[in-house]
Design a protein around this ligand. Structure first.
Ligand SMILES: C[S@@+](CC[C@H](N)C(=O)[O-])C[C@H]1O[C@@H](n2cnc3c(N)ncnc32)[C@H](O)[C@@H]1O
Length: 450
């Protein structure tokens, strides 16, 4: 097997557009991967990205290649459609922007009525005026006692009529009657946990306005030239970006930090952020970036399926493709748990939830995060790529479930002769989301030739 240590990267800077922080994002080592993909492809070739996450690879390569991208998480599809296919023409401004504001306000007014008391209490607690500001422990108590869907203990101190908003009975109506108004999922599930009460109202109201704009307003005005599907993806990306920005946690949603003396200033400053304003700014920023990085090879295919079904479905593309690229999870943390808030924001389906983190019960369990199942999953991908006579490029990190390059190569050698496997290594550091220390590690890039 050919092996090379890459010490220094000469590749020019590849374009990036980060919608949310993401575990395992290739942004930090983008030139390492892009250099290899560029070496292996000619302009116009197809790259199949099996587990595209935040689509850093597709965004960097869409100038050169046609992407056929996939990920099991639905938010990833929204990000991919935007980064790969959205053309910011016409811009999101003028009448459409005013209509969004009006729709936002109409949902917000509804929620302001229902959540009036909680909003008033929160406003005082987050106030900048020291005379109004209560002790942090009062704010902590406010958050801890707050009702939510699936709360098993009594929400002490909250009137009965307020708690009814969170009742199972009402929830069933939201589940059954699709798009029942007002939109209030975040207000019922995540307020005073991952976001503030006001912020939950803003997210719900933006989510409502996005649906109304794309399902109705834009559809009724075809002369304006918006593509309602892609516009929804752009606006959802901006909302995902906002939810990422106000997250008091370390770049994922596996748990929310409880208010304490140590973190109170940080949590309060995060809860003061006004989502509507950030949202409008994000839409503009994303449009601007996309205008600077168009693709001559679109439309790109972006899908949201388990990789096995996806590979079956796009088998003809795999045969035509130059490269199948695989960047799988490499640790035991399931993306469906770490990013459940983004998945629920996207699906907006009032799911059943469990555990302190309020995770969706239907979350996906990836074989790549289960030691006993990784070899079989890798084997399946090797067989499909090899039999289609397409190059297979795999990113992996030292210290993952398959801990070393030798152990990973041993799996690959079950499907390819040793001389057909190349390995490049790059010394790197991992920022472990949620921990301050950075860990020295090595990134691997295996290229397997059929
Ligand atoms: C390391 S991340 C990919 C990161 C991506 N390259 C980026 O730069 O953002 C691994 C991805 O695999 C996806 N995934 C896990 N199991 C999957 C499966 N069975 N089918 C499809 N995608 C899966 C996860 O949702 C996650 O987004």
């Amino acid at each position: 097997m050919a092996e090379r240590n890459v010490k220094h990267l000469d590749t020019p800077k590849a374009p990036t557009l980060v919608i949310t922080k993401y575990m395992g994002s290739k942004k930090a080592i983008l030139p390492f991967v892009v250099e290899e993909l560029t070496r292996l492809t000619e302009p116009g070739d197809i790259i199949v990205d099996l587990m595209a996450g935040t689509h850093t690879i597709g965004y960097a390569m869409k100038n050169r290649c046609r992407m056929v991208a996939n990920d099991i998480q639905r938010y990833s599809m929204v990000i991919g459609q935007t980064l790969l296919n959205y053309e910011p023409k016409p811009r999101f401004e003028g009448d459409v922007k005013s209509a969004l504001r009006r729709l936002y306000l109409s949902n917000a007014r509804h929620l302001e009525g229902s959540f009036e008391n909680a909003l008033k209490l929160e406003r005082a607690m987050l106030s900048n005026e020291s005379s109004r500001k209560p002790n942090w422990s009062t704010y902590s108590e406010f958050c801890e006692s707050y009702p939510f869907i699936s709360r098993e203990t009594n929400a002490t101190g909250w009137p009965e009529e307020f708690q009814i908003l969170f009742s199972q009975h009402r929830l069933e109506a939201y589940r059954t009657l699709n798009k029942l108004e007002p939109y209030n999922l975040f207000s019922l599930y995540f307020a005073n946990a991952y976001v503030g009460v006001r912020q939950a109202l803003e997210i719900d109201s933006l989510r409502y306005a996005i649906d109304k704009i794309c399902d109705e307003w834009v559809v009724e005005r075809p002369e304006l030239g918006y593509d309602s599907f892609l516009l929804r993806c752009l606006l959802m990306c901006a909302l995902i970006s906002c939810v990422n920005k106000v997250n008091p946690g370390p770049g994922h949603w596996a748990a929310f930090p409880r208010v304490s003396q140590r973190n109170k200033d940080w949590i309060i400053s995060q809860r003061r952020l006004e989502i509507y304003d950030i949202f409008i700014q994000k839409v503009g920023e994303i449009e601007l970036a996309l205008a600077k990085n168009p693709s001559p090879h679109g439309p790109h295919i972006v899908s949201s399926e388990d990789f096995v079904a996806f590979m079956r479905e796009v088998h003809e593309y795999i045969r035509q493709a130059k490269v199948v690229y695989l960047d799988p999870p490499y640790s035991q943390g399931h993306y469906s748990r770490f990013y459940h808030v983004l998945e629920t924001l996207t699906k907006y389906d009032y799911p059943e939830v469990s555990f302190a983190g309020r995770y969706r019960k239907d979350r996906h369990q990836s074989p790549f995060a289960q030691k006993e199942n990784v070899p079989k999953a890798i084997g399946h991908i090797c067989e499909v790529a090899r039999d289609a006579k397409t190059l297979l490029v795999i990113s992996y990190s030292q210290g993952g479930i398959i801990p070393t390059a030798d152990a990973f190569r041993a799996i690959l050698e079950g499907f390819y002769p040793a001389e057909k496997i190349e390995l490049k290594r790059l010394a790197s550091v991992h920022s472990k989301l949620g921990q301050t220390e950075r860990m020295k590690t090595e990134e691997y890039l295996f290229t397997c030739r059929p």
